[in-house]
Design a binder for this molecule. Structure first.
Ligand SMILES: [Mg+2]
Length: 213
């Protein structure tokens, strides 16, 4: 399958919910290294909001669903993650406006719009040990595979692999953002919780897409 339609987007987000909830305790443990240990709880709350949006089944349009998910996550308190991911999905919604399916160039452009929307909300860039370190390579890999007109499974596999590698790479970095920056060099050796969440989100997209391919 090459095109992401509304039903496959629903399945992709079902994959995200399962993947993130499975890692809830792991994400909180990562956050307890340099933060307040609530990242898993915050992400679980965000996934509850995503589940509500999926169950609402509004207009059955890609842009409407992304917008509902974006607004829902935007309001989740517990650090910067809610506003950042919320803005990412809202920016994707804007880019997907009016499209019945996403494939090739459109799929690439929608995820790139999401990345730009998120980057506009933070000064964090690659190398700062944040979610940006996983998201940038994930979107680059997704966009390259989508433009090469690969199958959805291959596209989301490439993105998941790049996000996982990006999250893994944050183990080598020293935190320069968020609470974890206060522990300086002690942050080296463990993965950034936000980057790890991005990896679990993209692995969830992949699983949701490939389970039903
Ligand atoms: Mg926290």
């Amino acid at each position: 399958m090459k095109a992401l339609d509304y039903p496959s987007l629903i399945r992709a987000f079902e994959g995200v919910i399962a993947s993130v909830l499975e890692q809830k305790d792991h994400l909180s443990r990562l956050d307890s290294v340099g933060g307040d240990g609530d990242h898993g709880t915050t992400m679980a709350r965000a996934m509850g909001k995503v589940a509500d949006a999926l169950a609402a089944h509004g207009e059955e349009k890609i842009a409407v669903l992304l917008q509902e998910i974006g607004w829902a996550i935007l309001g989740v308190d517990g650090g910067a993650i809610g506003p950042l991911l919320g803005m990412m999905f809202l920016s994707m919604a804007e880019s997907a406006e009016g499209l019945e399916v996403l494939e090739g160039e459109q799929l690439a452009a929608v995820f790139e719009a999401g990345l730009s929307g998120l980057l506009a909300q933070t000064k964090a860039r690659k190398g700062d040990k944040t979610l940006v370190d996983a998201l940038v390579p994930a979107v680059e890999a997704l966009a390259a595979a989508a433009r090469a007109e690969e199958d959805l499974e291959a596209i989301f596999s490439a993105a998941a692999e790049a996000a996982t590698a990006g999250a893994e790479f944050t183990k080598t970095l020293q935190a320069r953002f968020g609470r974890a920056r206060h522990i300086g060099e002690e942050s080296i050796g463990s993965a950034d919780p936000g980057a790890s969440s991005i990896a679990f989100i993209f692995n969830g997209f992949k699983k949701g897409i490939s389970d039903h391919a």
